[in-house]
Design a protein around this ligand. Structure first.
Ligand SMILES: C[S@@+](CC[C@H](N)C(=O)[O-])C[C@H]1O[C@@H](n2cnc3c(N)ncnc32)[C@H](O)[C@@H]1O
Length: 379
């Protein structure tokens, strides 16, 4: 279904206003903004759910759905088994900002990791012209197949879609001038840097603690050239956070008070800034910091929501997103550990997630490690 011309003009004008509120600098690039008209989002969001709503809709061009599709918000293409979005069609403002940051030139070879429904990839294909080429890689079979069917129908011809994990597909591609990921990683996978041409650029969303999310522009040596605060769904596949975490079945047990675990919620209630800043700080700066999905005490299954913590010899302290504290090991040792964490956090003036900056460390065999640093606030 398509919209009447006058409706689509009004919706488009409204959307451009929303985008420019986020990124006023994009107003200077009319060609970029015109991509919204040339590659209409409704063709790609033909089946979507509004963020948080369980029901998927087929686009019917009704006023309500048109408003949803032409607004500056991500739309869900797939949820995981606990109801968290794992694939979205990103918010138009971030799609255009990314394309602008990439500084695409005619003839460029570009790869998008996590091409989803193919909307951003199709826009980039227009930007690089017919002498350029865009590869889109999507890991979720149902999303990849819907995108491939659409691609066969409406093109563009210089867009090649691949189904699979980027880790398997990328090594088979020639050197890329630009690589952009639209799912968040907790390190810079070596295979991404190796796939760049000598002057190539990687634009990569990274997340360390789910509360701290930024997109980094890196050169082939893994140096960060700039960063932008963003929020993306976490990556899946061999580089997913879940695959890299230790086995947190132990953390699941923490939610069941028993001989080895105890709840210290009274303690955290005394904190002046309960939870959020401390959680991110712990997960970001402790060598043994971790984050994990909070298990539902009734079923033991992970629920939407995150818990952050650290381990110490003989136990673990987990600060949940409901500002409770779960401990494993003795309550006394955990209490001392919690005091130490709070003292460290207080000593650097209780940074919030926004005070944490991301740096790259030494390259390793499988990727460049990322580290988060808390900036001491001076005012
Ligand atoms: C935010 S969505 C994509 C949005 C898309 N760029 C658009 O045009 O709106 C991120 C996508 O990354 C995919 N993804 C996550 N991990 C991946 C991996 N290891 N390899 C390839 N795709 C991956 C997800 O399945 C999801 O569809």
């Amino acid at each position: 279904m398509t919209l009447a011309a006058e409706d689509s003009t009004a919706l488009m004008d409204g959307l451009v206003r929303q985008i420019l509120r986020q990124f006023p600098e994009l107003a200077e690039d009319e060609e970029l903004l015109s991509l919204l008209r040339e590659v209409p989002r409704e063709r790609y969001a033909d089946r979507y759910a509004v963020m948080g709503a369980p029901r998927f809709k087929s686009f019917d061009a009704s006023p309500q759905q048109s408003k949803e599709v032409w607004s500056d918000a991500p739309l869900v293409l797939a949820y995981d088994n606990v109801g968290l979005p794992v694939s979205t069609i990103s918010a138009p403002s971030i799609v255009l900002k990314f394309i602008s940051l990439l500084d695409l030139q005619p003839g460029h070879h570009v790869t998008e990791i996590g091409s989803g429904c193919g909307w951003m990839a199709a826009m980039m294909a227009r930007r690089v012209g017919t002498e350029g080429i865009v590869h889109g890689i999507e890991i979720l079979p149902e999303v990849a197949r819907a995108a491939a069917a659409r691609q066969a129908r409406i093109g563009p011809r210089n867009l090649v879609l691949h189904e699979g994990d980027f880790n398997d597909v990328l090594p088979g591609l020639p050197p890329q001038d630009r690589i952009v990921a639209t799912a968040a990683f907790d390190r810079v996978p070596r295979v991404m840097l190796d796939a760049l041409s000598p002057e190539g650029v990687l634009l990569l969303p990274v997340t360390m603690a789910h509360a701290v999310n930024a997109s980094l522009m890196l050169n082939r040596s893994g140096q960060v050239m700039s960063q932008l605060p963003t929020l993306f769904v976490p990556a899946s596949g061999v580089f997913s956070v879940a695959a890299l975490l230790p086995d947190w079945r132990d953390a699941t047990r923490l939610s069941h008070p028993g001989p080895r675990s105890e709840t210290l919620s009274a303690r955290i209630a005394r904190l002046p800034d309960p939870g959020f800043g401390l959680r991110s700080f712990v997960a970001a700066t402790e060598d043994t910091g971790f984050f994990t999905r909070r298990p539902d005490p009734a079923t033991g299954k992970p629920t939407p929501g995150w818990a952050y913590g650290t381990t110490y010899p003989g136990g673990a302290v987990t600060i949940t997103d409901r500002d409770g504290v779960l401990v494993q090991g003795s309550a006394e040792a955990a209490s001392a550990e919690l005091d130490r964490l709070i003292a460290r956090w207080t000593a650097v003036l209780r940074p919030a997630p926004g005070d944490l900056s991301i740096r790259t460390g030494e390259p390793t065999a499988d990727g460049t490690a990322l580290s988060l640093t808390a900036t001491v606030r001076t005012s």
